[in-house]
Design a protein around this ligand. Sequence first.
Ligand code: HPA
Ligand code: ZN
Length: 366
Amino acid sequence: MRRWRLAARVCGAWLAAAGALRAAEPATKEFIWAIPKAELHIHFEGTLEPEHYLELAKRNALPVRYATAAAVRQRQRDGRDLKSFIEVYEELLSVIRTEADFREVTLAHLRRTKAQQIVYTEMFFDPQMHTERGIPLATVFAGLLAAQAAARDELGVRVEYIMCFNRDRSAESALAILEASRPWHRRILGVGLDNPEEKDFPRKFAGVFARARSLGLRATSHCDVNQPNTLAHHWGCLDELKVERIDHGINVLDDPALIAAVKARGIGLTVCPTLMEAEIPGRLEFRAKAVKQMLELGLLVTINSDDPGLMRGLLVGDLMLAVHQTVGLTKAEIVTLAENSFRIAWLPEAERATYLAAVRAAAAIK
Ligand code: HPA
Ligand code: ZN
């Protein structure tokens, strides 16, 4: 018996050593694909592919600004900033009108996630952009929730929702949506902020966020990359909005005090090392290096796809691979990224533990 125990101990130590050796190996596409992961920064409206936009416009008999998918992509190549990106985004979403459309667009995306083992998604949506077009909130929620049920039953993947307010709309409008959406608050995880950063961001939304938190909703906010006053915006999100995560958040690296605060408070960072329709020199390198540095600093960094419909259709696995090909990631770093995605997900603890165990199990057999 004792001999058996000793053998088991030696064997365990050998396995741990072999595991450690494998962990230090460079990542591979096969390894990246096999690890279960969560997507935490993706916009429902940004999942719509240009081809699907044209199909929905035809079905709903709506006029379109872009007659072909190529024209949409060309327009994205010509755009240079977030404002022009959002112009195209708003044109594309204008064809999503019925409950069935909301369901179909969500499911079209989730169907694509399965192959890359993106088993859990927290998806943003922008209700103001829909109610402003005369779409009832009830239609938006009915479509999104129907997709959630179908994803669970038909695809075996899970999606939850985060309701975003638009930073270029008023705080009053955000508050009105927050109150109007109360019948569905138990069906969403929390609130976020997106669209271009305005000069009164984030203070403008402090009251709305306090109200959302008092209603039991969790809070995150975009701090887009290299925006004017970015450090003040990051600090404001932490101290005034009291967010638990920052979406993008790369400029945290520009301020040692911010790095320390983000680390001490356990703030998650949902970085998007995305590729745009246009090749922008240095963009991916900059974002990939930030991911690597955040990993080295022990920050809770994750890799996310943001708006795959307008960003070459690339998903979390594709982007982990792109980062690996740019700065080199070890298998252990891929595992950390996947673990982080579940650590900072807004999941009940028992479910978080189940996902984390699945990551470790997949890493061990690879
Ligand atoms: N930033 C701001 N607004 C957005 C984004 C983003 O990354 N994607 C869609 N809306
Ligand atoms: Zn985003």
